[in-house]
Design a protein around this ligand. Structure first.
Ligand SMILES: *[C@@H]1O[C@H](CO)[C@@H](O)[C@H](O)[C@H]1NC(C)=O
Ligand SMILES: *[C@@H]1O[C@H](CO)[C@@H](O)[C@H](O)[C@H]1NC(C)=O
Ligand SMILES: *[C@@H]1O[C@H](CO)[C@@H](O)[C@H](O)[C@H]1NC(C)=O
Ligand SMILES: *[C@@H]1O[C@H](CO)[C@@H](O)[C@H](O)[C@H]1NC(C)=O
Ligand SMILES: *[C@@H]1O[C@H](CO)[C@@H](O)[C@H](O)[C@H]1NC(C)=O
Length: 283
């Protein structure tokens, strides 16, 4: 009976693979979405795969969120006990089981329903038995795209300009950086500028403003490119706004006619600032 033989060899392989030398309690894989947009998913699954042996009695599977010492979820297979914390009350699907599964794995994963920013953070899966213990962490960032991202300027005095970059309605706290280079210098020569910032948190989202004051007497008399870069930490989301700045000492129009440009130019006494690009990179 080749079929039975194959089955026998199959289960023997499984037994051999699943039978480590000592207590084999070990997390082998944690699968957590790295980032998701708030309010866009009906559910997400956070899984924690582990290997265990017959030595591993009294298995306890726990999930933690951020630095909260209380687990957000705890499962003790032998006691048929499952407890989501108050934070996950009505936020996880308690009937969800992984497939394929055993009595000691079926409820290890969290199926979070309609994930929102309050569940953003570092998830730690902890698996323990009398003989052994293992932990593994991964971040899941639940982000909100900004409803406003603006880069503009105000003239302080002739020859001195104040650039303001503002992002509003974003989560988590974004990073805003301002880079400056003269147009004749290569791209990689852009200098990251020291900026002043202010931020506030309201209704679960952030507002961040950064300011940079430039004085013409500190700049070469030529066109400068000023960029404000927005980055949402924990994601690959970046956006960029660019202004072209002509110090009052620089020749106006830089040899180009404003009408040649698809972009509008704003001409103010002594300086020309032009919005050239506004890139939103999202993948
Ligand atoms: C996140 O999504 C939920 C559900 O769609 C929504 O109620 C909530 O206002 C959103 N939060 C933010 C900060 O946009
Ligand atoms: C919970 O999961 C079960 C099994 O995967 C599924 O049949 C059910 O529709 C889910 N319930 C909700 C509210 O998502
Ligand atoms: C940018 O600033 C200039 C000068 O301060 C102003 O005229 C213009 O309306 C501003 N643009 C935006 C989009 O706020
Ligand atoms: C720059 O402009 C912003 C917004 O108009 C203002 O709040 C800030 O105080 C200004 N900073 C300087 C150094 O002038
Ligand atoms: C604001 O500036 C402080 C001090 O330089 C810095 O630690 C912080 O990360 C900045 N915040 C933002 C949103 O850039």
């Amino acid at each position: 009976m080749p079929k039975i033989q194959a089955m026998f060899v199959g289960s023997l392989t499984l037994i051999l693979l699943g039978l480590p030398a000592f207590s084999g309690l070990e997390i082998t894989k944690v699968t957590v979405p790295r980032w998701i947009e708030n309010g866009t998913k009906t559910s997400v699954v956070l899984d924690c795969e582990y290997s265990y042996s017959t030595e591993d009695r009294h298995l306890v599977v726990k999930w933690f969120l951020n630095n909260d010492p209380e687990p957000i979820y705890q499962w003790i297979p032998e006691l048929h006990s499952r407890q989501p914390s108050y934070r996950l009350q009505d936020r996880i699907n308690m009937s969800y089981t992984i497939f394929p599964s055993s009595e000691f794995t079926k409820y290890r994963a969290l199926k979070i329903l309609r994930p929102t920013t309050d569940l953003s953070g570092k998830y730690t899966c902890n698996v323990a038995s009398i003989a052994d213990e293992d932990s593994e962490s991964q971040w899941m960032v639940i982000y909100v795209l900004p409803r406003k991202f603006e880069f503009n300027y105000t003239i302080v005095t002739e020859g001195s300009v104040n650039f303001t970059c503002e992002v509003d309605g974003v989560f988590p706290l974004p990073v805003l950086t301002v880079h400056l280079r003269s147009s004749s210098s290569p791209l990689h020569n852009a200098e990251k500028m020291h900026v002043q910032n202010s931020s506030s948190y309201y209704n679960g989202v952030y507002n961040v403003q950064v300011f940079l004051q430039l004085n013409d007497d500190e700049l070469f008399p030529e066109e400068h490119i000023v960029e404000c870069v927005l980055f949402i930490p924990g994601t690959d989301i970046k956006a960029k706004k660019t202004l072209h700045y002509f110090p009052s000492t620089a020749p106006k129009n830089n040899g180009k006619s404003p009408r040649d440009s698809r972009n509008h130019m704003i001409i103010v006494t002594g300086i020309v600032v032009m919005v050239v690009s506004d890139v939103f990179i999202k993948s």
